[in-house]
Design a protein around this ligand. Sequence first.
Ligand code: SIN
Length: 190
Amino acid sequence: MTADTTAINQMMDQFDGHHSVWLFGYGSLIYKTDFPYLERRPASIADWTRRFWQGSHDHRGTPEAPGRVVTLIAEPGATCHGMAYLVTPEVFSHLDHREKNGYLRLAIPIMFEDGDSVEGLVYIATPDNTAFLGPASEQEIARHIARSTGPSGSNSDYLNHLASALRERGWHDQHVFDIERHLAALRRHT
Ligand code: SIN
């Protein structure tokens, strides 16, 4: 599949005719809200886990030297915490552009922290997209992040903002916190 998913996402018609739709964010969408929303609520999704396995050609790296950003990987029994935003459909032209490097806009059940749930949308970069990098140890990922930068800033800032946002909310994510720890150790030794 091509890395630029904008055209595919614009064909997504599941919520056509709806005045608003819930979008679940689990990466930069938790802390970088450069789009209008009607409401925001802490939420989670079941059977998916957050991993720094997606290449970033357009934000935290370049096509020649991609950075590493998060996507969701299916994992039965896992829970991924994040932020849900109630948005109007117009917002997706901006978000489809922002998330164009391999992310597909897919329907997903979203659970709010108070126990309510709703069918909404999430951007997932599936393993068949050409920018997918796949697994590596947390230490290797930290080394990769330490040397990467792109038009939206350094890859380290992406990781550190995400780790801080998760910690502030009390959401434990061993993968993200291990990478953060390795990155801090690299900084101390350079
Ligand atoms: C998301 O935050 O939900 C998608 C991945 C990203 O933009 O970092």
